[in-house]
Ligand binder design. Structure first.
Ligand SMILES: CC(C)(COP(=O)(O)OP(=O)(O)OC[C@H]1O[C@@H](n2cnc3c(N)ncnc32)[C@H](O)[C@@H]1OP(=O)(O)O)[C@@H](O)C(=O)NCCC(=O)NCCS
Length: 148
């Protein structure tokens, strides 16, 4: 419901359900106002295929806040908390496709993703590294993204 409304259609809700069903969610956090879900962020497994080796990274998608709860820091808190948990769990790189103006505050940079190849490569593709991680390679998103 939250995702359908936030994205004005079923695509991201379906994506999230498929990521869960396929076991490809690495971390999912929700924000609640009393019992009501007002925010969600999902990170799924993404593989970076380099010469001779594959590196496990994560992809941030989707993130959404209920329309009447926006501009109150909900998404910021979800993403920052998730990043802390991912780093503690040993994750070393995250990619996102979206507005650099929004995601740069979380450390994402277009330049960090420029060496990667993917169907979504371009000015909205960004990455943040939290340790040693590949600079180049082919990004392989979870199969649910192919059905978006
Ligand atoms: C994008 C979204 C998740 C932000 O949620 P939120 O809880 O309002 O975010 P926050 O309150 O933490 O906002 C943090 C900042 O991001 C800014 N921001 C929000 N959306 C932005 C956007 N699309 N581009 C640039 N900046 C944006 C806000 O202005 C705010 O900045 P400020 O504190 O300087 O005013 C929410 O607007 C949403 O659900 N949108 C519809 C779904 C969507 O587009 N998801 C992202 C897909 S890339």
């Amino acid at each position: 419901m939250l995702l359908e409304e936030a994205f004005d259609g079923p695509g991201e809700a379906r994506l999230t359900n498929e990521l869960r069903a396929d076991g490809h969610v690495v971390l999912e956090l929700g924000a609640f106002d009393a019992d009501r879900l007002i925010g969600v962020v999902v990170f799924s497994r993404l593989m970076i295929e380099g010469p001779g080796a594959s590196f496990p990274a994560v992809a941030l998608a989707p993130v959404a806040t209920a329309a009447d709860a926006r501009r109150a820091g909900v998404a910021t808190s979800l993403i920052e908390t998730a990043h802390r948990q991912l780093i503690e769990a040993g994750e070393r790189l995250s990619v996102v496709l979206g507005e650099p103006e929004f995601y740069s505050r979380f450390g994402y940079e277009v330049e960090r993703a420029e060496g990667f190849s993917s169907p979504w490569q371009g000015p909205y593709m960004q990455a943040v590294a939290w340790g040693d991680a590949p600079e180049h390679g082919q990004l392989h998103y979870a199969p649910a993204f192919d059905r978006l």
